[in-house]
Design a protein around this ligand. Structure first.
Ligand code: ATR
Length: 282
């Protein structure tokens, strides 16, 4: 019998996960299928029950359910608990376990580029759910993190919540030209975890080009377009860049491995996503 996996969210029709996972199942000859399920905000409990009773093997969880779903699971991975969000569910005979592969996928993307953040100073732009996942994964790897956000109160809240859970101090402040100028001078890695630069505002960047340097590594969680204005500016300064496509692919690869127990065909997954996004970067 075909094993069913999928993604629950609202909206969900633009998700690249069905394309990525179905290509991976096909490449390995696995009798699995991955389908998008549009689930309204107030129906997440019914969706969790359906997963148990219909024998769906695994789910990805996206906006707006990543936090609420945590109330309907039997077990949550400690790392996902520290992030405060679940994006992947594994169903073992009706018992639902929750994980956060967004965060783990981010550091696996760094690993793929041979980047070690231990003791390094890192600036994370943004204070939403994506920023929280990035900050948790960086702290887990021993980085020293500064969070800058347009709304500095949200940055302070993130720093307090995550810092207390991790037992570590997190610097924080407002995302302004002067704070970027000052903080970037002392850091080696810059991560954009805001939505600035996302299609259709593809010519916007959260960081002015003059502050970028050739010895920085710059990551963007925005994957559409793959080469955001920030990454184009960084590359033109000679900085190393990691696109949001890598994070998307790596979180998918980790979810695939949780459901199947088989190493994910990461190259296949990356290739279909890049083709879909018309990403011809190296
Ligand atoms: P997610 O959960 O995907 O991170 P979110 O919670 O809506 O989504 O967070 C979006 C992030 O992008 C926030 O940090 C937001 O800043 P505010 O907290 O100040 O709203 C940031 N963001 C969105 N548009 C922005 C803009 N034009 N300039 C700067 N930051 C922006």
């Amino acid at each position: 019998m075909t094993t069913v996996c999928g993604i629950v969210g609202d909206p969900v029709e633009h998700s690249l996960s069905p394309l990525m996972h179905n290509a991976a199942f096909e490449a390995l000859g696995l009798d699995y299928v991955y389908v998008p399920f549009r689930v309204a905000r107030d129906a997440v409990d019914a969706a969790a029950r359906a997963v148990r009773h219909m024998g769906i093997r695994g789910l990805n969880v996206t906006v707006p359910h990543k936090v609420d779903i945590m109330n309907h699971l039997d077990w949550i991975d400690p790392f996902a608990l520290s992030v405060g969000a679940v994006n992947t569910i594994v169903n073992d005979g009706g018992r639902l376990s929750g994980y956060n592969t967004d965060a783990a996928g981010f550091v696996r993307g760094l690993d793929a580029f041979g980047i070690d953040v231990t003791h390094e100073r890192v600036i994370v732009l943004g204070a939403g759910g994506a920023a929280r996942a990035v900050v948790c994964s960086l702290l887990d790897r021993g980085a020293r993190v500064t969070v800058l956000n347009r709304n500095p109160g949200r940055a302070a809240q993130l720093a307090e919540d995550v810092g207390i859970a991790a037992g570590r101090g997190i610097a924080h402040g407002a995302l302004t030209d002067s704070s970027l100028d000052k903080e970037l001078a002392a850091c080696s890695l810059l991560v954009n975890a805001t939505s600035v630069g996302m299609y259709p505002w593809a010519d916007e960047s959260p960081c002015p080009r003059p502050y970028l340097r050739s010895d920085l590594v710059v990551c963007d969680i925005v994957y559409n377009p793959p080469k955001t204005q920030l990454l184009r500016d960084a590359a033109s300064c000679g900085a190393a860049v990691i696109t949001g496509v890598e994070m998307l692919v790596q979180q998918g690869a980790l979810a695939f491995e949780l459901w199947t127990g088989i190493p994910a065909p990461v190259d296949v997954m990356r290739a279909v996503v890049r083709t879909e996004l018309e990403d011809d970067s190296e």
